[in-house]
Ligand binder design. Sequence first.
Ligand SMILES: NC(=O)c1ccc[n+]([C@@H]2O[C@H](COP(=O)([O-])OP(=O)(O)OC[C@H]3O[C@@H](n4cnc5c(N)ncnc54)[C@H](O)[C@@H]3O)[C@@H](O)[C@H]2O)c1
Length: 251
Amino acid sequence: MLNGKTVLVSGAGGGIGRALVRCLREAGASVIGADRDADMLAGLDLAGTVLFDQSDAKATRAAVQLHLDENGAPDAVIANAGWTRAEIIEDLDDDVWDTELAINLNGAFALVDPVVAAMARQGRGSVVFISSVNALSHFGNPAYSAAKAGLIAYAKAIAVERGRDGVRANVVAPGSVRTPAWDHRLQADPSLLDRVLPHYPLGRMVSPEEVANAALFYCSPMSSGITGTVLPVDAGLTAGNLRFVDEVLRQ
Ligand SMILES: NC(=O)c1ccc[n+]([C@@H]2O[C@H](COP(=O)([O-])OP(=O)(O)OC[C@H]3O[C@@H](n4cnc5c(N)ncnc54)[C@H](O)[C@@H]3O)[C@@H](O)[C@H]2O)c1
């Protein structure tokens, strides 16, 4: 499906990132892995690496621009790196807000903006943002959620303003996925996942591979007519409120 194509993936060393690399390689793509440091990318089947701290927009843009100058535009970019710790409004202050917006929104812009410019010059490209269900309804993590919602607006801007240049942009919005992103919560409460599952209509969380499959669809010609869209991969979470049905209506 992606034979001869190159895809740049940020956060490639994380839980979803590793599934993205595997899935893209199985589809025939060469993958350029980006992350904070080389250790994160150990063991991955990559055609190249780009290293930057996405909380530093200038460093991110410089590293990505250097890669583009040396290698040209990839056929697709998946902006997947993300991070949050502030769970609820009481955890916020100006510094926390700035930190979570810097990594999840400003850094994603610094990564994607030079790639889109290079794609537009070549007349083709697909941009995929890994956002979150948190961008669609409130499930906690307010600063992260604002950043993830910002990615949807940015994707729509690219879709509308760069469509005639052959560049598409779409968003995958995962529900809960058991990756290292959950480690700190599970260390604090090992039984936490038991309380997550009753919220999900499919009775389970989604897997990293299911998120990767949606991103693969957006990278591939299968989605050639699709741009500016948001695809929840959330085991039904945003379809409605299962606990309301179970606890209020189902007697
Ligand atoms: N796991 C979930 O429940 C879930 C749900 C919805 C959305 N997401 C999103 O999916 C994406 C991948 O998350 P994951 O679950 O694989 O998490 P993860 O923690 O396993 O991976 C995150 C990746 O991003 C990288 N990263 C974090 N901060 C960075 C920085 N400052 N500079 C460069 N790289 C940085 C990490 O090194 C890591 O490779 C994230 O954007 C996350 O917000 C995850």
